[in-house]
Design a protein. Structure first.
Length: 322
């Protein structure tokens, strides 16, 4: 991805707050490209610029992690803390707001109101990636991302889905996090858009509670129970199948260490569950494969129906050759 293409994308980041969803149909695909934190391989994760670039590169869905501010606003950040992906350490006015939580000294989202977080700027949080765009972008709200998608759809006539994760929901219990998400979806006429929204979480209890409140597709996120035994999930599929529609599984659950089919996808399908795999990265290829194209092809071959990717253009380009 060259600098000119990125800059062209950034020039398009002007959007309005209202407008209808596009009338076009969501693209039918048996292999979804889900932009993990936006086009996070090229730009700082969870920024409007990264989401916009992902859509331009052809992603079917943009994936975003949601956390809750002190004044109960949904914002897009992977962490409940702020130091990894923002410049908060440079803001002297916030120096006294750092505190220790579970052995970690940091600044935490839940201690800041939205107006305070808007003073921060994002930075590259992934070691070895481009830092050229550090300090340029705000932390976006969930509403701002929805508005961005609407604008893109009006401009292009192509629909893009939204794939939010409730990040560490128990940490935000006092805010009734799941209800905040459902309310914001309803306010944007998305509460019944079953082909446009996936809601994901690592917390099966939260998903169980959500099933009582929504018919939207729910996704249980799964990781290996241990890296010594990567083929065994940390939660049994049979325990979550009654209330979720899909699983978002670590690629190591699906391909193990050897790159061979572990049988996980077949087991999930026996429970009626679709499998999406995380996370495919050009700069962090599964060690069993020579390059990311081989990795993606292997995931498709074993029946994975979608992949979370940091470099959407790579995955879309490969899919276009099939």
């Amino acid at each position: 991805m060259n600098r000119i293409a990125i800059m062209q994308s950034l020039l398009l980041l002007v959007f309005v707050a209202d407008g209808a969803w596009a009338d076009t149909q969501y693209p039918a695909s048996d292999f979804l490209i889900i932009a993990h934190r936006g086009a996070s391989g090229y730009l700082p994760e969870h920024t409007l610029a990264a989401y916009r670039l992902a859509m331009e590169q052809g992603a079917d869905f943009i994936e975003l992690d949601l956390v809750v501010t002190k004044d109960s606003q949904l914002v897009c950040l992977h962490d409940i803390s702020l130091s990894r992906t923002t410049d908060i350490s440079r803001h002297k006015g916030f120096s006294t707001r750092r505190r220790e939580l579970e052995g970690r000294l940091d600044w935490f989202v839940s201690d800041f109101k939205l107006a305070e977080l808007k003073q921060l700027r994002t930075r590259q949080g992934h070691a070895g990636r481009n830092t050229e765009y550090d300090g340029l972008y705000e932390i976006p709200t969930f509403q701002e991302v929805i508005d961005l998608v609407r604008t893109f759809e009006r401009e292009t006539g192509r629909e893009v889905g939204i794939y939010p994760e409730l990040k560490a929901p128990r940490f935000f219990d006092e805010h009734n996090f799941p209800q905040l998400l459902l309310d914001e979806l309803a306010a944007n006429n998305l509460a019944k858009e079953k082909d446009r929204i996936f809601i994901q979480s690592f917390d099966h209890q939260v998903l169980r509670e959500l099933r009582r409140q929504t018919g939207l597709p729910l996704v249980m996120l799964l990781r290996p129970s241990s890296w010594q035994n990567p083929g065994t999930p940390n939660v049994e599929l049979g325990d979550v199948a009654p209330f979720v529609d899909a699983v978002g599984a670590s690629k190591y659950l699906i391909l193990g260490r050897s790159g061979m089919d572990s049988g996980f996808v077949g087991e999930a399908e026996s429970f009626g569950l679709v499998v999406h795999a995380w996370t495919v990265r050009n700069d962090q290829v599964h060690p069993a494969f020579e390059d990311v194209h081989d990795e993606i092809s292997a995931l498709k071959a074993v029946g994975v129906r979608g992949i979370f990717v940091d470099f959407p253009d790579t995955a879309v380009g490969l899919r276009d050759t099939w």
